[in-house]
Design a binder for this molecule. Structure first.
Ligand code: KIV
Ligand code: ZN
Length: 507
């Protein structure tokens, strides 16, 4: 059976579109998890877009092994040079270059004739080939490009040495049958298409990104591009977990299979959601909270008699585990290690000891520790590696009436312990105002959300704060605690730490 190459662009098409700045540590965390998931290619970013993106691609290229690391570039010589500079330490580097040749883009964006565009495309691939064997060409807005012009550019770039050709439906305009027909037509009409990997890259503007990508695969494409949870530009990209599990449920439908570790799907999805701050809708296919829940009496009855009546995938396949050992404050390190290993965390003794201390603090506040608590403990790394510039040391709040509150906050601000107080419209507002007075950094609060991530009335609160800084970028902070005000304060402080840590842009 053919292999379907899984190309993850969460860190490029996903991140670029969110307006959210992920720091290098967050990108590395996602990158490492994508390796555990077993994707074949990670598109790490667009090095020419900013010094921060350049550094992130460079760092991923240096640290993430066992997978192809790809960088995006326009069909511009200086972009390609920078892209290679960022990628050159990768074990398996790939340059992804291209341009749009649809009539709309030719006329309004690039101001080029088809001939000039084809020349630029071929020149870009030839230039990238001087650096690296593996070159992917993308024909942006391919679906709205005249098929004959698309065929000519693909023929040109294949002859120039492209190893992969990407046929994006950039604006999510296609239907599955039209997109499938386009791939079939190209396979039959472009000499050399059978010698390269054909890639599908779809957007979700009409809600058909997954269906279109699958139609392309059925028509002969052997690489699929997408993001975890389908995050991305406007309505998002193809959700990789949906494509992977569609093929898993019946590989013979497609005559192809992936080599991903299905068990890592749920964890990868949660990690991406947590780091980007983009929440997963409960009804989202495969990874939504309700995806494996049965609510109606008829369905419950059916599932209890025979699971397959209403379930096409067993949740354990994608790594949603059931607890076998009940963890409480009386559990030892051994039990904790066992449960963490069941969830896929392999810890060295010294790290386990640190996690165990945090576990005991939490277990003293809760009767039972669930898988979600453990994920939260493992995900709440900010406090553990000491990388944050600002750390919440303590706070107290008093309220007088429904809206007036007064808060005192103590922070460790780059090694100095500072305290201040402020009033606010409720306890969270008062705490945020006190933090503002201490940090003195002008930001706008764009979004604040709080959800309970574990069960019971002593559940862990997971606060997410999005703030916009002077550089107009969006920074996401997280905080976890059984005390919701503390979780909120930690999230705000975590986001402010990222603003302060951000290097000053040179362009
Ligand atoms: O949607 C698109 O066309 C893209 C290309 C840059 C690959 O993301
Ligand atoms: Zn795209």
């Amino acid at each position: 059976m053919r292999k379907l190459y899984v190309f993850d662009t969460t860190l490029r098409d996903g991140e670029q579109s969110l307006g959210i700045t992920l720091n290098i540590r967050e990108k590395l965390d996602i990158g490492r998890q994508l390796v555990c998931l077993g994707v074949d290619i990670i598109e790490a970013g667009f090095p020419a877009s900013s010094p921060g993106d350049f550094k992130a691609v460079q760092q991923l290229a240096r640290e993430i092994k066992g997978v192809t690391i790809c960088g995006l570039s326009r069909a511009v010589i200086s972009d390609i040079d920078l892209c290679w500079e960022a990628l050159k330490d990768a074990q398996q580097p790939r340059i992804h270059t291209g341009l749009a040749l649809s009539p709309i883009h030719r006329q309004f964006k690039l101001g080029v004739t088809p001939e000039q565009g084809i020349e630029m495309a071929v020149g870009a691939v030839k230039h990238a080939k001087k650096y690296v064997q593996d070159v992917e060409y993308y024909s942006e807005d391919a679906f709205r490009t005249e098929p004959e012009i698309l065929a000519r550019v693909l023929y040109g770039v294949i002859n120039a040495g492209a190893t992969v050709v990407n046929i994006p439906d950039t604006v999510g305009y296609a239907t599955p049958w039209e997109y499938g027909e386009l791939i079939t037509w190209l396979m039959n009409n472009v000499e050399g298409m059978d010698k390269v990997i054909v890639s599908v890259h779809c957007h979700n503007d009409l809600g058909m990104a997954t269906a279109n990508a699958l139609a392309g695969v059925k028509a002969g494409a052997s690489q699929v591009e997408g993001t975890i949870n389908g995050i991305g530009e406007r309505a998002g990209n193809t959700a990789l977990e949906e494509v992977i599990m569609s093929i898993y449920t019946q590989p013979s439908r497609f005559g192809i299979k992936t080599t991903v570790n299905y068990k890592e799907i749920a964890r990868t999805s949660r990690l991406v959601s947590k780091i980007t701050g983009v929440q997963i809708p409960a009804h989202k296919a495969i990874v939504g909270e309700n995806a494996f829940m049965h609510a109606s009496g008829i369905h419950q009855d059916g599932v209890l008699k025979e699971r397959s009546t209403y379930e096409i995938i067993h949740p354990s396949v994608i790594g949603i585990s059931q607890n076998k050992i009940v963890l409480t404050a009386r559990s030892g390190r051994h039990a904790l290690r066992h449960c963490l290993e069941e969830l896929g965390y392999q810890l060295e003794e010294s790290v386990l000891n640190k996690v165990y201390e945090k576990f005991l603090t939490l277990a003293d506040q809760k009767q039972e520790i669930f898988d979600e608590d453990l994920h939260a403990l493992m995900g709440n790394k900010e406090g553990m590696n000491g990388a944050d510039h600002i750390v919440l040391k303590g706070f107290s709040v008093s309220t007088a009436g429904p809206s007036r509150a007064m808060a005192t906050v103590e922070l460790d601000f780059s090694g100095n312990v500072v305290t201040d107080a402020a009033c606010g419209n409720g306890p969270v507002d008062a705490v945020f105002n006190a933090i503002d007075r201490l940090v003195g950094c002008k930001v706008t609060l764009e979004d604040y959300s709080l959800k309970s991530i574990t069960k019971g009335k002593d559940a862990m609160g997971d606060a997410t704060v999005k703030i916009r800084a002077n550089d107009s970028k969006l920074y996401v902070g997280h905080g976890l605690s059984t005390d919701v005000i503390e979780a909120s304060a930690k999230a705000y402080v975590n986001a402010l730490s990222k603003v302060i840590a951000q290097p000053v842009s040179t362009s």
